[in-house]
Design a binder for this molecule. Structure first.
Ligand code: CAO
Length: 415
């Protein structure tokens, strides 16, 4: 079967996490992704958080599947010429260098357009145009400046960052969408364009509901579904909502059997309005279904704390999986808090290719997250990440370089 992006060639000038997330997705959809790394060193993550001496780290291998690796010194004049040849041959250049780094290499937007007017140049930066546009940014900085940290955590504690890499991987996802959209538009315009995904913007996009709540707060002074209501006070900005659910269906994390010893023996429980009567039956509070203090969503809002305490009395008598099974019978939305160990061992995730075992010549077998986006006509086969410079000769030959020229470029340190 063919692949959705099989005619697309990507010059992958990315490193660390945000850019590589994007190009890995494009590779999974069939694009030929040629990762350009610094001669002799490579992507810094190859040796970060290493668990096996001398082997590429899981950090690197899990973000660079299905790519080819070439090493080119972009600051060497002859290395620059190789890059120019690549720019002429590729459809997209993806980069997430610090602001200005690509220009300092001599590859300004104008120069790239001169070399290849059809080229799409896609960048991840920390910020868009404005006072911070020159700043370097990492994941947690993006979470802080994008509104995630100020709205995450409990009201009586400090801001908290989340384990989901919404700044890096989240922005990589945004960039990938921008790239395929630009490729689509190029079909009619014949022109390339610049695609920018700023990490602050990407995080803010994922925090959209919190900007909604900011405006509701300014208008009404109170948000009835937040745990601060009715006893706490609201300030000028959206407060941290603990484990409250983001929408109009109140939810909370509740203890399950074994919580004293198991840090993940919890379940997320949503008191969805249409199944309120069923919830009352399951937890043995049948009278709440008709009691005017509990019967309607609006009446329940001031009592959410008591309601969840009562539901928790029930969930604590069941394991999280038992509770899930019982609640699902009644269509009550809930979800066990799964540990990474449980997720890694979950057979259904292996079956769908969401968790994949990959073999690597140096590190051996390891688990990775496969393509989370499934296309029926473009199936993904996850192949291992490349060794540093593994495909330099192959790609140079495709660019038309003779073996003697390749040997010369190696001697002068251009590749
Ligand atoms: N040949 C020669 N030089 C190369 C090269 C190559 N193949 N690849 C990279 N370099 C050079 C760059 O040209 C740059 O040189 P100058 O500083 O002289 O311009 C230098 O390597 C360092 O690049 P950098 O500034 O991007 O890297 P850093 O480690 O200092 O910063 C990061 C890393 C992530 C903070 C920065 O790249 C950044 O802000 N990127 C944009 C936002 C982003 O993607 N952040 C998420 C990262 S994932 O957590």
């Amino acid at each position: 079967m063919g692949k959705a992006l099989e005619d697309v060639r990507i010059l992958d000038f990315t490193h660390v996490q945000s850019g590589p997330t994007c190009t890995q997705l494009l590779a999974w959809f069939g694009a030929d992704v040629i990762k350009v790394e610094r001669a002799g060193a490579g992507d810094v993550t190859r040796e970060q958080l290493r668990d096996i001496p001398e082997a590429d780290s899981l950090y690197f291998t899990m973000l660079n599947h299905n790519k080819r690796s070439v090493t080119i010194d972009a600051k060497n004049p002859e290395g620059k010429q190789v890059l120019e040849a690549l720019i002429q041959k590729c459809d997209v250049l993806v980069e997430n260098f610090a602001p200005g780094a690509l220009d300092r290499m001599g590859f300004t937007w104008e120069r790239i357009q001169e070399l290849n007017p059809r080229m799409i140049v896609a960048s991840v930066k920390g910020f868009g145009a404005g006072p911070y546009e020159d700043c370097k940014v990492y994941e947690n900085v993006a979470q802080c400046v994008g509104g995630a940290a100020s709205t995450t955590g409990f009201d009586d504690g400090p801001p908290v960052v989340t384990g989901a890499q919404i700044g890096d991987s989240g922005t990589g996802l945004h960039l990938a969408l921008g790239i395929v959209t630009a490729l689509y538009q190029r079909k009619t315009t014949g022109r390339g364009q610049h695609v920018l995904a700023a990490m602050q913007d990407g995080v803010l996009n994922l925090c959209r509901v919190k900007l909604r709540d900011q405006q509701r707060l300014e208008r009404t002074g109170v948000m009835r579904e937040y745990p601060q209501h009715p006893n706490g006070t609201f300030g000028e900005a959206v407060p941290r909502a603990g484990n409250a659910s983001g929408g109009g269906q109140p939810g909370w994390i509740l203890k399950c059997k074994g919580w004293e010893a198991d840090p993940n023996a919890y379940i997320y429980f949503i008191t969805q309005a249409p199944v309120w009567a069923k919830i009352c039956n399951v937890i043995g509070k049948e009278e709440w279904a008709t009691d005017p203090n509990y019967a309607t969503p609006a009446a329940r809002l001031p009592h959410l704390k008591d309601i969840f305490a009562e539901i928790e009395r029930w969930t604590m008598t069941k394991t999280k999986f038992e509770a899930m099974e019982i609640l699902n019978k009644y269509d009550i939305p809930c979800g066990p808090i799964l540990s990474m160990k449980e997720i890694a061992e979950e057979p259904s995730l292996r079956k769908t290719g969401t968790i994949v075992e990959v073999d690597h010549p140096v590190r051996g077998k390891y688990l990775t997250v496969g393509n989370p986006i499934k296309l029926s006509d473009s199936p993904t086969e996850v192949t291992r990440s490349p060794l540093l410079g593994e495909h330099t000769d192959e790609v140079m030959a495709e660019l038309g370089y003779h073996p003697d020229q390749i040997a010369h470029l190696r001697v002068v340190g251009a590749i």
